[in-house]
Design a protein around this ligand. Sequence first.
Ligand SMILES: [Zn+2]
Length: 107
Amino acid sequence: MVCPKCGSRDVRISPSGKYVCNSCGYSWQMPMADLGWARRIFNIEKLYEEFKDVRPIDCARMKGEMVKRGASEGDAAKIVRRIARRAVRMTNDKNEREALTAIIDGC
Ligand SMILES: [Zn+2]
């Protein structure tokens, strides 16, 4: 991203969804495409935080809940796999690890 006023590449995103130039302070509206992307990333992180401690990890049920909250099928599967990978790191139980690995492979 380049500032349209001074040409600086030192540009940040404000919480209200605008680009702000760190060099000259100029701010301008994000294009809709970028705004959609920013919202999607924000929603993925929000769902991950919300579901990361939900047990048992059930791929179909959790995906269904996430899709209801605006995630795409593919993004929801990615979030469940991420939650399952985290759970693998947190357990020393061999059976539980195997069950989680099956979820990661199948979800
Ligand atoms: Zn600028």
